[in-house]
Design a protein around this ligand. Sequence first.
Ligand code: 8YV
Length: 315
Amino acid sequence: MSKPAIMQIGAYPAWDQDLLNQDYDVRKYFEAADKDAFLAEHGPQVRAIATRGELGASRAMIEACPNLEIVSVYGVGYDAVDLGACCEHNVRVTNTPDVLSGDVADFAVTMMLAQTRGVVAGDAWVRSDNWATTGNLPLQRRAFGRRAGVLGLGRIGFEIAKRLAGFGMDIAYSDIAPKDYAQDWTFVATPTELAAQSDFLFVAAAASSATRHIIDASVLEALGPDGMLINVSRASNVDEEALIDALSTGKLGSAALDVFEGEPSLDPRFLDLSNILLQPHQASGTVETRKAMGALVRANLEAHFAGKPLPTPVI
Ligand code: 8YV
């Protein structure tokens, strides 16, 4: 039997690529110089799209594949997949929830600790010989015992809050409604109120049109000159223009970002700010988690082509 044709939107680690190549006739969109010509040539044969969270699948891609049955996302976030187009064309969508929550939460807490204790600045201090010539690194701010807010207490937000509890922090969260599994933490109705009672504000909400710029100028102002914003969700959840303004005028103390509008490019003004920690969208980037994500992408494809229930369906 011939292998089903798959359109792959972005690169995967070699261990995933080898296994995908074994079972499918893989057409690599990301290697094509002329994307339109690629879609015209391969689209009609494609039965599945394998993509990544931040790359998704656009309406143009979906509609270029009239025989498309499923989009399998390597990532928990599926905001970049045009779900409307998928529904219209009867295309299933799967993602990779749960397997990455622990690593993303670890990384959010790592960014908080690194930024509040000046870990990156400390490394530069030693390397530039400032330690010997100028003296000690200026004093930093503590993490333990302070106030944390988590915006979006889903799978990842819950893991972040659990870790923060270990630092003796006073934890509040905001979500559509209070969560019955969050008895120890304070529910706050709005992002602005949450920011006003937080020293560290973690953004862990799944991105959608409803959450676009949910972190706006008023939330940043409420977080204040002593506050820190940590974003491990999607850039669209934060108004970057307002963030750059708040960081450069001192209305907001500092920020730590793993995600950017237009990544891997980013607004060059971020590079000129000393009160921000910049990371290359690597919160889920461990060998262990990425192997589990790749396995789940393949498990969903395999189940689909075997006519079995999908392990982690979105729609
Ligand atoms: C990945 C992600 O970095 O899970 C998501 O939604 O954005 C990330 O885990 C990405 O999908 C891998 O490229």
